[in-house]
Design a protein around this ligand. Sequence first.
Ligand SMILES: [Zn+2]
Length: 120
Amino acid sequence: MSTATVEAAKPLSPLAVRLNEHLKAQTPTGAPTLADRCDSCPQPARSVFMFSVAPDPDGTGAEAGGVYLCAHHIRRHIGALIGDRALLSFWVEPVELSHFDGVDAPRHNAHKSGDGLTDA
Ligand SMILES: [Zn+2]
């Protein structure tokens, strides 16, 4: 007789598996800065997805470009973005992935307790 819970037996979605693997390997390097904004709205960027692009000799000649998304737009678009063949790399604030079923991400940022102004 199995003692596994129903939840443990539930298979993870391919998206959840991919995001879990990504979070294990993700380092703080590559995170958007506080000045970066979502490409779809005025909210702060919480993720960046780097895509290969054909370099334009009349442009910057860059071979990669980033798509910056806020928390709301991560949830809306991450499935399509990480399935794109031109995706080179991506960085996502881990707490923003806690809304996805099966993704092992922290529910809250590890903020200091208190009001942020004092040590209380
Ligand atoms: Zn947004």
